[in-house]
Design a protein around this ligand. Structure first.
Ligand SMILES: [Zn+2]
Length: 270
């Protein structure tokens, strides 16, 4: 499942073929993904010039010179393909640029989505309304977390996964950042000292930046025909490593809450 770093890597990979280009063809090849494609997507995007690409939480943003923003979410299995050799059954949206590049949004399980909003309405877009600060942006600080978590009795892990507190943080990155900071995932959120929250913010940025860098190092693969954006393998500190040794020598443990796995080191994390 694509997490924030995969979406960021995807956006960076889409910039070279799309930024500054005019779309000469916009084709939806079925009516819907998780929800219907906007009825006027083709009309509003065809002929438009792409002025910028960005990201908010796990959504990619494609801005046009007409003031529209196409918002995509990769769902469980979505990915963009660049110059695919052929359009397959799972390529549900196809864009062509005035340079002759082809980009297809391939989503076999169709949990992704595509929306189109006016730029001035972006903050009011449903999923963006209650989002907390971006983890890589200037608004996420130890001071912010201290205020947001004040008096909260829920475990820190659940709080960090709450998109209203921090936008776009997924399970892998929360497990990794808590391990890096030495905070047990079950620690009551409101009880964590300010100094540890400062270090937690640093850890969150560090694990995300490392993953984006790992994705970036695979970006040159996307330049070739049939390149696929969105997924890369990474070696984690604790995630997915149950019963393997932590760097301290202790076995990494896994616990499951509400169907979600938490990986942690009982010695390093208190
Ligand atoms: Zn350890």
């Amino acid at each position: 499942m694509p997490e924030l770093p995969e979406v960021e890597t995807t956006v960076r990979g889409l910039r070279p073929p799309l930024e500054g280009r005019r779309l000469t063809r916009v084709e939806t090849r079925r009516a819907d993904l998780r929800r219907p494609f906007p009825a006027d997507l083709r009309q509003r995007m065809t002929g438009a010039r792409i002025t910028g690409l960005g990201r908010r939480a796990k959504y990619g943003l494609i801005e046009t010179d007409r003031g529209d923003v196409m918002i995509f979410h990769l769902g469980m299995s979505g990915r963009w393909r660049i110059d695919p050799s052929e359009i397959g059954a799972h390529d549900h949206l196809v864009l062509e640029t005035d340079e002759g590049r082809t980009l297809s949004l391939c989503d076999p399980r169709r949990f992704g989505s595509v929306d189109l909003v006016r730029g001035e309405d972006l903050a009011g877009f449903g999923p963006f309304k209650a989002l907390g600060p971006e983890p890589l942006g200037p608004d996420l600080t130890g001071a912010y977390l201290a205020k947001a978590l004040e008096g909260r009795v829920a475990p820190i892990k659940a709080m960090l996964l709450d998109q209203r507190i921090v936008a776009g943080l997924g399970n892998i990155y929360v497990c990794e950042a808590l391990h890096m900071t030495g905070i047990a995932p079950t620690t009551m959120a409101g009880r964590i000292a300010r100094g540890r929250l400062d270090r937690l913010v640093d850890s969150i940025r560090e694990v995300l930046a490392a993953a984006i860098e790992a994705g970036g190092s695979t970006l040159r693969d996307y330049a070739r025909p049939d390149g696929e954006l969105g997924y890369f393998a990474k070696q984690w500190r604790v995630y997915g490593r149950e019963d393997e040794a932590c760097h301290c020598g202790t076995m990494i443990r896994r616990r499951v809450d509400g169907g979600r796995s938490t990986f942690y080191c009982p010695k390093c994390q208190k």
